[in-house]
Design a protein around this ligand. Sequence first.
Ligand code: B12
Ligand code: SF4
Length: 446
Amino acid sequence: MASKGPKKADGFDLSQAPSHLLRRCVQYANDLFSREPGASDLTKQQFTVLAAVEQNEGMSQTDLVAITAETYTARRAYEISAEFRRRGVRVIMGGFQPTLIPEECAPHADSLYIGDAEFLWKEAIEDAQRGSLKPVYRAKAGIPQPHTLTRRDLFRGKGYLPVTLMQFSRGCKYPCHFCAVSVFFEKTQYVRQVREVVEEIERQERKFVFFVDDNICSDHAALKELCRALIPLRIRWVSQGSIDMAHDEELMELMMKSGCLGHVVGFESLDPKNLKDMKKAPNLPAFSRYEKELKVIRSYGMQLWAAFTLGHDHDTLASIRETLQFAMENKFCFAAFNILVPYPNTPLYRKLETEGRLLYGGKWWLHPEYRFNYAAFRPKNMTPDELTEACFEVRSRFNSMGSIVRRLFDFKTNARSPASLGIYLGYNPIFRKEVFKKHGMRFGLA
Ligand code: B12
Ligand code: SF4
């Protein structure tokens, strides 16, 4: 299996670190991050902040609009971009979608930004200032925000959950065939310097941190170094990590001591044939239907958000229901029963395309009939509608009131401490609502 080691922040050219960045579907080219003292902040000096674009605030004074487009938000991003361009405002578009399929995004923006903003954003801003924005900026992927602290004051009052979002690393070394992260970061994990992460946490009043890493366990040694540094900070944290964490007791011990309450873990499937097909390498060694791993994880009291992808070639309607039973028996704190999605330019997408199994003309994310959580391909052992309905059914049943009450009574995990209980009771009703709110959502307004 092709995999690479993590890239460390050492040796990064900090003088080139741009000011930066943006998150969410529509964002603005201004200062979400503050700079190191002494560094100039071109974005801040020369461009108008354009927040709340959906409300059309500040449009008349806008020099440049920067939009993040992911596959799910691409259609809406193109609509918003079209409206700005109609009003004579230049648009630059970046993020997963432009990086995965630039040829589709190109007609929807004046300029495309491929890869991470850290590398060429400064150049793009300078070009925009001179009126010579290039049609495309080809940046690489790399270490998140070196020597740059997040300006969190900008999030205040905007309805975000009361959690400190933080990144320790980006990318993951594994080659899962459905995963856009694996393509974007070319099976590489990029790791921030631990002291910078610690400094960012120390500046927070809130001591509950969500590390939005793709797979914080991609490199056990790097994570252990982080955990050792987190212990004195006395925070509580959660993240996303592969299940091979359970094969390393020292890592489990350190995570526990550093305040880790749990992780989003990709179980994906209970069938090793599916796991092999999808190249889910961290789940495969000595496969025991996760029995061994769950025993270890439970012994440390961790709460799990178990993520499954449903619709693989060896899945049947019966196996999907079995997955629900497995999740209920293990009393997972949360579970995501995601329909398998062919994201553009992934190996899964190419396989289904070659086999003629893609629906909605292949570009499901642009199709006016496609809706969130619908099957976008023809599964092997059921119809697309059956897959959509089965996923909705297991999602609804897992998040039913009866299930929430039953899963609560696990004194090793969900009811282990006031903090664990708080997470369980605070977030289960939110996710329950999401199941119904999001299912069948459309992607654009037109
Ligand atoms: C945290 C996270 C979440 C959190 C969000 C928490 C929050 N409040 O923000 C939660 C759990 C809610 C979530 C939900 C979902 N997520 Co999510 N999420 C992530 C994750 C792990 C990190 C996102 C993040 O903050 N990254 C840090 C920022 C700084 O990175 P970034 O946005 O990529 O931006 C960088 C570059 O892309 C570039 N850039 C981006 N935009 C722009 C714009 C311009 C102009 C420029 C110059 C540069 C630029 O520069 C940035 C800095 O280097 C990503 C994976 C990832 N590595 O990004 C998945 C990811 C974005 N999610 C994904 C998905 C599928 C989802 C869901 C649809 C899952 C589901 N089935 O429900 C939902 C809904 C998402 C939606 N948009 O509606 C996919 C998207 C795939 C794709 N092809 O678009 C990703 C890539 C994960 C994956 N394994 O494939 N997610
Ligand atoms: S382990 Fe997770 S983040 Fe890594 S490639 Fe697989 S699905 Fe993507």
